[in-house]
Design a protein around this ligand. Structure first.
Ligand SMILES: [Zn+2]
Length: 116
């Protein structure tokens, strides 16, 4: 049976051919275009601090922990949705198999009638 792959295997990266050759160009506005989202952090257990790996900003440890918790919750919901979709896919595959068997049996029966 077909199974959905884990999300990281299903990701297709879209890259512009050449940013200068793009049909539509976006203009950076204010500081948002340069904003760091602090995706990766360095945890210093000695000083009990958390620092952004990219921009070296000091991060609030509790806020960073809450971000990890929210991301974990989001992933848990996504995996539950994948599990549900796999169950639906399996049910549909079973139904397809049964219908194909019925069509095959019907065609076989029609062929027998035509031969009479
Ligand atoms: Zn940062």
């Amino acid at each position: 049976m077909r199974r959905l792959k884990p999300p990281e295997d299903n990701v297709i990266e879209f890259r512009p051919r050449d940013p200068d050759d793009a049909f539509i160009k976006s203009k950076p506005y204010g500081e948002r275009a340069d904003r760091c989202w602090h995706r990766r952090a360095i945890v210093d257990p000695h000083n009990r601090t958390v620092e952004c790996e990219a921009c070296k900003a000091a991060l609030d440890p509790f806020d960073y922990l809450m971000g990890i918790v929210h991301e974990g919750d989001r992933l848990t919901r996504l995996y539950a949705a994948i599990k549900q979709m796999n169950a639906e896919l399996e049910a549909l595959s079973n139904e397809e198999r049964k219908l194909k068997q019925r069509v095959h049996a019907w065609r076989k029966k029609q062929g027998a009638k035509d031969a009479e």
